[in-house]
Design a protein around this ligand. Sequence first.
Ligand SMILES: Cc1cc2nc3c(=O)[nH]c(=O)nc-3n(C[C@H](O)[C@H](O)[C@H](O)COP(=O)(O)OP(=O)(O)OC[C@H]3O[C@@H](n4cnc5c(N)ncnc54)[C@H](O)[C@@H]3O)c2cc1C
Ligand code: SF4
Length: 488
Amino acid sequence: MGKVTGFMEYERIEEGYKPVPERLKNYKEFVIGLDDTQAKTQAARCMDCGTPFCNNGCPVNNIIPDFNDLVYQADWQTAIDVLHSTNNFPEFTGRICPAPCEAACVLNVNDDAVGIKSIEHAIIDRAWAEGWVKPQPAKHKTGKKIAVVGSGPAGMAAAQQLARVGHDVTLFEKNDRVGGLLRYGIPDFKMEKSHIDRRVEQLKAEGVTIRTGVLVGALPKGSKVTNWAKETVSSAQLQAEFDAVLLSGGSEQSRDLPVPGRDLDGVHFAMEFLPQQNKVNAGDKLKNQLRADGKHVIVIGGGDTGSDCVGTSNRHGAASVTQFEVMPQPPAQENRPMTWPYWPMKLRTSSSHDEGCTREFAISTKEFIGEKGKLTGLKTVHIELKDGKMVEIPGTEKTYQADLVLLAMGFVNPVATVLDAFGIEKDARGNAKASTDFVGGYATNVPKVFAAGDVRRGQSLVVWAIREGRQAARAIDEFLMGFSDLPR
Ligand SMILES: Cc1cc2nc3c(=O)[nH]c(=O)nc-3n(C[C@H](O)[C@H](O)[C@H](O)COP(=O)(O)OP(=O)(O)OC[C@H]3O[C@@H](n4cnc5c(N)ncnc54)[C@H](O)[C@@H]3O)c2cc1C
Ligand code: SF4
């Protein structure tokens, strides 16, 4: 434990943000990480609990009290080794994880939680700056060939783990760049893509073969899922050529809102809008980029994706941005004795909301309206929960002006045709069916085909995808070799 009385002496330190007018001018990250002294003070607040709930609250089970202590002792190099022992990509989670570990922190019972995420961010940024993050190629090759389909955080983590124990891994990705939703979804202002590029170089140096622009199986006709594939590989080909296949293609089917007027020009999925801006930021030239300049934008969906649409619309120079959430407004503060150590329901205001956004809660969209095929607005009604059902509140009907509506209501499931191409059995929600059992986990009903990440668990978080990628890698290694030294 760093400083025995640290938690009584020091306040929590939040990472800084660049001012709103400055950050709205570009798509760069604007979070100002802790400096070494701040990180040390922050780490000193950790109580090194006998039962560290933070460790259990973290999906990758980061060994948080240990790296807190190491930062306090200024042993940054051992701190990154501890962090990397459970998390392949702390620079991703240190930037965009909602940090369930902090909700679970024992200090959070009656004080402010330890700033675990900001410490993680400081450790990994320091490690990259010092040149401590190096490829770890395997000393011996096994001769086993593994195909990983989908290069999001689940696929990247699995590919890295499998390559490090000597397997020949090929990572297939239908889009033109590696990274999944980290690359094409999450805006650059939340996470710049150079962080993914560095890891791609590391993966290559560790022997992973990367094949971008290759679609495995097929997408349904007219699918709006991002796809820049120039080549197709059949499921049968993969099954014939590889000793094991991991499906990590995410949960890409956006939830639609099939109300009258849905086909008007101006109503789009968030995932048509966000990836285009990612591409432009990467230097690609797009014809007819879907933009929000001067438009009245309404984002339907109150989660992360919706918030990212708000931030991107404001950077485009939208005339107004309004976000709808169907659920009632949650309380500003959770009832901690009731919720700790679990993830609490409370009002969350993101940095994008702070940049300018009107938020409406308990609102339902009944119809999109337009002229000559073009969207001009939408009709709404407020709703409330009565006898376990959401019902309309009479007299609350309203018409909003809108030139652009972005549907950000989550994802229903993976694209079925890809799973069907392999003959994968699905669960009740349409995800690839596979357990997370210690023995036989991540295996689907199809021999030697495994599934991990959002494709298996449904729409989730980057940190869960990394966990599943790591655990699936161990399951595959065990399947191929009869044992595995990889951690679970
Ligand atoms: C806009 C947005 C913002 C988000 N913000 C956050 C956040 O702030 N924090 C957080 O923790 N999580 C966030 N998430 C969720 C997070 O991004 C996902 O949970 C995570 O990326 C899932 O990882 P994955 O590897 O399972 O799949 P994905 O990241 O979805 O990657 C799957 C990849 O597989 C490829 N693929 C699919 N099918 C095929 C095929 N047949 N052939 C070849 N390639 C294929 C896809 O093109 C894709 O690149 C956000 C999601 C979105 C959409
Ligand atoms: S729960 Fe909080 S105080 Fe306790 S060990 Fe974890 S980070 Fe430190």
